[in-house]
Write a protein that binds this ligand. Structure first.
Ligand SMILES: Cc1cc2nc3c(=O)[nH]c(=O)nc-3n(C[C@H](O)[C@H](O)[C@H](O)COP(=O)(O)O)c2cc1C
Length: 202
């Protein structure tokens, strides 16, 4: 584990699985390409997430640095994200099907899509790869450029890649890349008895 990976380990109050503790969202990527076998396993993991009525609303459009999909996704990122995402070898759009087989709105599609990305990100960690999700992009423009069908919605874009050297990042990003990850206390999120009452088992 390099210094940054050590800094980024979750300072967990209770012992958690090493994959969960070590996942974080880097901005420094190595240009090293990702092996197809690893990509297969990463997207296979996404496939096995839970979903309401097993509707599996998740779809992924994967771009590789230099190809048309990558270039189009990249062009829709806000400037801040372009600053760092440019080094990632893979850029992905996470796209959810918004309707059920009856053609009605699937109100929970976004939740299920998020679960699949979360599962994917842990498999990526297992493969020695990092992901970084982004909400900072022009969704309408991405849908237009990439011809996403009307009953699908793009929710996030994300990078996949090997960790790169933080020192090569734009100076404004270096501090973010080298700061510990922080979370609010668990007692502010997990309740028993009534909403807002810290869980007794903590
Ligand atoms: C839905 C979503 C949108 C995000 N959008 C951005 C973004 O546009 N740019 C960015 O640099 N990070 C973005 N992030 C990364 C978060 O800032 C990051 O996950 C959070 O600070 C926690 O850090 P960690 O993932 O390293 O634990 C996003 C994360 C999620 C889940």
């Amino acid at each position: 584990m390099n210094t940054i990976e050590t800094i980024k380990q979750a300072a967990a109050d209770y012992t958690i699985h090493p994959l969960v503790a070590s996942r974080w969202s880097p901005r420094a990527y190595s240009p090293k390409p990702i092996e197809s076998a690893k990509l297969q396993r990463i997207f296979e993991a996404a496939r096995w997430a839970a979903s309401a009525n097993n509707l599996q609303p998740w779809h992924f459009l994967v771009g590789f640095k230099g190809d048309e999909v990558y270039t189009k996704i990249f062009s829709t990122l806000v400037e801040f994200n372009q600053l760092w995402a440019t080094n990632a070898p893979v850029l992905v759009l996470a796209i959810g099907k918004t309707t059920n087989p009856k053609g009605e709105r699937n109100k929970i599609f976004s939740y299920d899509l998020g679960q699949s990305v979360s599962t994917l990100s842990l498999q990526a960690m297992h493969e020695g790869l990092y992901t970084h999700q982004m909400g900072g992009f022009n969704v309408a423009e991405a849908a237009k450029l990439l011809e996403i069908p009307a009953d699908f919605e793009i929710q996030v874009a994300f990078t996949i890649g090997y960790l790169g050297e933080a020192e090569l990042l734009h100076p404004n990003l270096l501090k973010l890349e080298t700061s510990p990850r922080i979370r609010r206390p668990i007692a502010e999120s997990v309740f028993t008895g009534s909403f807002g009452h810290a869980a007794d088992f903590l």
